[in-house]
Design a protein around this ligand. Structure first.
Ligand code: C2G
Length: 450
């Protein structure tokens, strides 16, 4: 008897799951299906699971395809099960290609092609349908984003748009998407929500077109390059009852959220100073250094430190000044942004040509919080006091590239499955963009040739 095993969350049971189980069953005589527990999904960084474990098991049972259903609740269990049940074939979808090769010494490992589109009408009529997601742009960040989509339940990446059809095709082939196109109308007709990861200066038009076409939008930072456009798109989204959020990943990750509550709890007294640094060395002919692509360390990186400052001290700053080292193409390779509040100060440091310690330091009247580099992937931080014996350390998870957190927030907000608060309000995003705009207009800026 040939025994086959497969695993999954099987949340919001859909045709992709059914197709996988059908093909798994055909590979042998006896099919075991492992369904993950909530705790194990949390451990492996899977977000937004809606159905209960009992419901998910019931949905698998109802297919009549599983000869046995087991629970998967810990790391390392797959290998234990393969030995325990005498498994011949381990099956999983191709979105996991290569990830389970370590099981090959123990059984045959088969990656079955994932179902490319989850868009049957039956599903769309269900209360919690799968949100059909599309991507605009095929660059580095888009590629990293795709790897994270499978960790967010309730959505399926269906297609990609790029005005350059060859690039779109390559991307769709690589990531097994249902469609690719250079036609925006076709693109919007086949999705419910869009992730925009195209060059900065194209964001505004794409956001507007998406909203006009009734699509929810998650857009890379900076959302747009001036406050008027930002207000325009947020108002349009609100008027059309659509979700529009800016993809500053730190805003949505669990550690940063906890950091904010602790910093504001009074534990370090009143916050008087925030210093946040983000530098990333780049060289050669890249987008980051290209004046035609609005390159420079402020447009590329300042959203992160400004997010920390705005979240901690608010949007009512009294004064902003910039000091910048610029190269011969007028690209800022290193910039310090000084913000003055009524009773506090803040500095953001960003660099593409200067490397510095990427920490976040929040100073208060009773003590300070030190967030280790890279603070924007908030994993651990320490509250430090005059008396070192009182110091406290905190640790949090930051899974993968961290892009799953912004996507998870986005999907939850669209489907209304969770009562999540906005991690980044419109007015905060607009305030960050306003500062970037001031810099682009060279207001209050001292420039030094690099
Ligand atoms: N699947 C698919 N096509 C889709 C979506 C999912 O073929 N469009 C497959 C997945 O590759 C997986 C199975 O359906 O083999 C279950 O998917 P999920 O419920 O999303 O579970 P997953 O997170 O992939 O867990 O330990 C769990 C396993 O690692 C897989």
């Amino acid at each position: 008897m040939k025994k086959v095993i497969t695993y999954g969350t099987f949340d919001l049971f859909h045709e992709g799951h059914l197709n996988l189980l059908k093909r798994a069953k055909q590979l042998g005589d006896y099919l075991i299906v492992g369904v993950t527990t909530e705790q194990y999904d949390e451990y492996r960084g899977k977000l937004n699971v809606v159905d209960s474990l009992m419901q998910r098991i019931e949905n698998v049972r109802k297919t009549g395809l599983a000869d046995e259903i087991i629970i998967e609740d810990h790391v390392g269990q797959k290998l234990e099960d393969i030995i325990k049940y005498g498994i011949d074939i381990f099956v999983v979808g191709s979105d996991w290609k290569g990830k389970f090769d370590y099981l090959k010494p123990y059984c045959e490992v088969i990656y079955l092609e994932r179902t490319r589109g989850i868009s049957s009408t039956i599903l769309r009529q269900k209360k919690c349908g799968i949100i059909r997601l599309g991507i605009i742009g095929t660059g580095r960040i888009a590629k990293r984003f795709v790897q994270e989509v499978k960790y967010v339940s309730g959505t399926n990446l269906e297609g990609v748009y790029n005005p350059n059809l060859d690039s779109a095709k390559k991307f769709a082939d690589e990531f097994e998407l249902k469609f690719y196109t250079d036609n925006l109308e076709y693109f919007f007709n086949n999705i419910d929500a869009v992730y925009i990861a195209s060059p900065h200066k194209t964001h505004y038009e794409y956001i507007k077109k998406a909203l006009v076409n009734n699509k929810h939008v998650l857009c890379e930072k900076p959302l747009v390059l001036n406050a008027i456009e930002a207000e325009d798109v947020y108002t349009l989204a609100k008027n059309n009852s659509l979700v529009l959020i800016e993809a500053i990943k730190t805003a949505y990750c669990p550690g940063f959220k906890k950091l904010l509550s602790i910093a504001k709890s009074g534990k370090i007294g009143k916050i008087k100073d925030v210093e946040a640094t983000f530098t990333k060395l780049v060289s050669g002919q890249t987008r980051e250094l290209d004046p035609n692509e609005n390159g420079g360390s402020v447009t590329e990186l300042a959203s992160y430190p400004l997010l920390a400052i705005i979240k901690l001290l608010g949007v009512n700053y009294k004064d902003v000044k910039f000091e910048s080292l610029i190269n011969k193409n007028n690209i800022d390779l290193y910039t310090k942004i000084h913000l003055k509040y009524e009773d506090a100060l803040a500095t953001a440091k960003v660099g593409l040509g200067v490397k510095s310690e990427g920490h976040l330091l929040i100073s208060g009247t009773n003590g300070y919080i030190y967030v280790e580099a890279p603070w924007w992937k908030t994993k651990n931080f320490e509250i430090r006091y005059e008396n070192q014996d009182d110091n406290e350390k905190f640790f949090y998870k930051f899974d993968g590239e961290g892009l799953r957190y912004e996507l998870s927030e986005f999907i939850s907000m669209i489907s209304g499955n969770k009562k999540l608060e906005y991690k980044l309000y419109d007015y905060e995003s607009i305030s960050i963009i306003k500062i970037i705009e001031m810099f682009l207009k060279k207001e209050n800026t001292i420039e030094i040739k690099y």
